[in-house]
Design a protein around this ligand. Sequence first.
Ligand code: MN
Length: 286
Amino acid sequence: MGEHSPPYNFGGLPDEFTAYDAAKVAVVPVPFDLTTSWMPGTAKGPRALIEASGYLELYDIETDSEPYEHGIFTDSAVTADDTLALNDNVHARVKQHIEAGKFVVTLGGEHSVAYGAAKAHIEAYDQLSILHFDAHTDRREEFEGDKFSHACTLRRISELNDDIVSVGIRSLDSGELQYLDRSKVFFAENIYNSQEWIDRVVALLKPNVYITFDLDVFDPAIMPSTGTPEPGGLQWYPVLAALRAVSRRRTIVGCDVVELSPNAENKGPDFLAAKLIYKLLAYKFA
Ligand SMILES: [Mn+2]
């Protein structure tokens, strides 16, 4: 980073807005990439996202608000050598922040980092739905011998709380069909060109909502930096409209944003991911 680079924390904020005690938000980087199917690289996701976030304009036009004023603490990275340790370490860290009253944003890393984060929220909140944005169902029972592979994450989460609404799906294995409640799956081919699906999504959600957001839900034209860029994904504004609607009508209690696999030659997707989180904070706190 050059000498004019912003400080290394989410938003590139001065110290007064990053102190833990006063911050309403805790960002937890989890640079874990062990089971990615095709193109690995998500271990570099959190750093690239946080660096890009330092260049965000901090005023949000739409909500006429300054979300950073609520304080955003950026934690040190959670690390692990395997998925079992990953689950334990992420769970412990996220639980600690929830108990301190923080809104926790977990940054992947591959999708498996979501398990421990979702588990901590499921334990902390009653009347909770999981809102799952993804190109993939991630409902496999097992993948390459690992029950906690990125391809199994939502299957494992469903064993803790099966109230899951999946949005943007356009790729799955036929073996996963038995685990899918199709009344709570919004396939990309049915929603890519409209926003009428958003009310139907919100209607399915309980009062509290945990969001697990795989960036490959976006169309690869705007989000090419993922391990498996599936064609036919969602665009920026419909996704924002969905987040806005959920935030207005339900309580978003926490989220993870995963699967950013940064490309040093194209930092646009890193910036998109950072801005997505900042927009979510704007909706949450405005
Ligand atoms: Mn995915």
